[in-house]
Design a protein around this ligand. Structure first.
Ligand SMILES: [Zn+2]
Length: 470
């Protein structure tokens, strides 16, 4: 028997958890957090849909929290086996999971304060604490790309580069049970070809069963060069007005891509002289980890580093850790660029910069990442005339510019050509679409089906598929 169960990240984009079971072994791929409405997400994250003690091994594709963020919950429930990830992913998980624990604690305190003021809310307890994070990190085993490793009886793991974020991997499992042999490839989140810094996604050979993400199964991204031009134009326009550019950004990958893009503009003489601040302690830590892992870079970026030219530094760029230095940025006169977290403007220092700058028509808010519903980021994308920051209504006079081209996810064309390229290296029997909302999944399933790429399925949460064997 070889069975796969889709326990999370099925028909939705968060909470990834997929379990492979044979007569001899049980392996979990991903242990991500559900994100979304607080009460619902909290309930789903608190209970694990599996028996932690029954697992032989866990495999993690990359460090984003919707894939890794429930690992401390797993440790809390008594899991003590290995968690395999690439060395860069392992390093990134330390600050990412620590930050997640801190945010949960801050959230719980915030809710307590509201309850004390008489607001009708249920108290929340954090999902996990720093001890659970340390317990999970202690289980992580770094496995480099392309090194095949037996991780459970009859199950071998090989990581290929996924080109999505630093350290991101495509998970290839060779599974054997009672004479049946299968190769399962799971894309994790798939990157885009020709992204700066990272290599292109690698194509596995002779895959029987492809599990692919489908986030943008219904959409195409504008070319990266076009976004670079739009970024240059927005910066020049704001500088000419004497304003500031405020960029909310996720700490992992997006922030480094933006720094890299600004550095390219600066080198090409396309940026007016102005200070650029990366103001987010988590982003600063993560950028340091980028510097430790040149093995994850593409040839162009490696050549830069060999020439002692860091892709993450240029003369006008300052990394800001200290809280007082952060406050000083808003008091400065004249044009500047501030990159800060959180990416959807829900928490963190970005809120202070928005509060200070949103009412000044000389300024620009530059949106470079996905903004979920009900977030301040989404209200800015919708160009609302008034927005609420720290509980106070403010007039939005700053210009809002949305750049979609910096996405780290494959778009529809990339997803179809990736599946086709994999099928060209050995006929795929089955395809399962995960990590997507129903509409993009339906469209992508149609496109793959029309090309005759395997028997395409869109599993629902909890679905189990028997892949053969006795
Ligand atoms: Zn991701």
């Amino acid at each position: 028997m070889i069975e796969i169960a889709f326990l999370g990240g099925a028909a939705t984009v968060t909470g990834s958890k997929h379990r492979i079971r044979t007569s001899r072994a049980t392996v979990l791929i991903e242990c991500g957090l559900f994100q979304g409405h607080r009460a619902d997400a909290n309930r789903r994250n608190r209970s694990l849909p599996l028996d932690a003690a029954a697992l032989d091994a866990v495999v993690l594709s990359h460090a984003h929290l919707d894939h890794s963020g429930a690992l401390p919950v797993l440790a809390h429930h008594g899991y003590r086996g290995p968690i395999y990830a690439t060395p860069a992913t392992r390093d990134l998980c330390a600050p990412m999971l620590e930050d997640a624990a801190s945010i949960q604690q801050a959230d719980a305190r915030h809710i307590d304060r509201l309850i004390a003021r008489g607001v009708d809310l249920e108290p929340v307890t954090p999902l996990y604490d720093h001890d659970d994070v340390v317990a999970a990190l202690a289980l992580m085993v770094g496995l480099p790309y392309h090194r095949r490793q037996t991780i459970a009886p009859g199950i071998d793991l090989t990581f290929l580069d996924a080109g999505h974020v630093l350290g991101s991997a495509i998970v290839v499992l060779d599974v054997e049970d009672r004479g049946v042999q299968l190769r399962i490839a799971f894309t994790g989140d798939l990157g885009r070809p020709n992204m700066p810094i990272l290599r292109d996604p690698e194509i596995p050979e002779r895959v029987d069963y492809l599990i692919t993400e489908s986030t943008y199964g219904d959409r195409r991204h504008p070319p990266i060069a076009e976004s670079q031009d739009a970024l240059a134009a927005a910066v020049a326009r704001t500088a000419a007005r004497g304003g500031k550019v405020v960029i909310p950004s996720f700490a992992l990958e997006r922030a480094q891509e933006i720094v890299f893009a600004l550095r390219s503009l600066e080198r090409a003489g396309r940026m007016p002289p102005m200070p650029v601040y990366v103001d987010s302690p988590l982003t600063v830590k993560i950028t340091d980890i980028f510097k430790l892992h040149p093995e994850c870079y593409d040839a162009e970026t490696r050549a830069l580093i060999r020439g002692h030219d860091s892709p993450f530094d240029f003369p006008e760029l300052r990394y800001v850790d200290d809280r007082e230095d952060s406050k000083a940025i808003d008091a400065e006169r004249g044009p500047s660029i501030v990159i800060s977290a959180s990416g959807m403007c829900e928490a963190g220092r970005i809120l202070h910069h928005l509060k200070a700058g949103i009412e000044d028509p000389r300024n620009t808010v530059l949106i470079v990442g996905y903004q979920a519903q009900h977030t301040l980021g989404r209200r800015l994308v919708e160009q609302r005339a008034r927005v609420r920051i720290f509980g106070v209504e403010r007039e939005r006079r700053a210009e809002v510019v949305v750049l979609n081209g910096f996405s780290a996810h494959a778009d529809q064309r990339d997803l179809v050509s990736y599946a086709a390229a994999t099928a060209a290296r050995g006929a795929i029997e089955h395809v399962a679409l995960v990590h997507g909302d129903p509409k993009p999944q339906e469209i992508l399933a149609g496109l793959l089906g029309a090309r005759g790429i395997g028997d395409v399925r869109v599993p629902s949460p909890g679905d189990k598929l028997d892949l053969g064997g006795a």
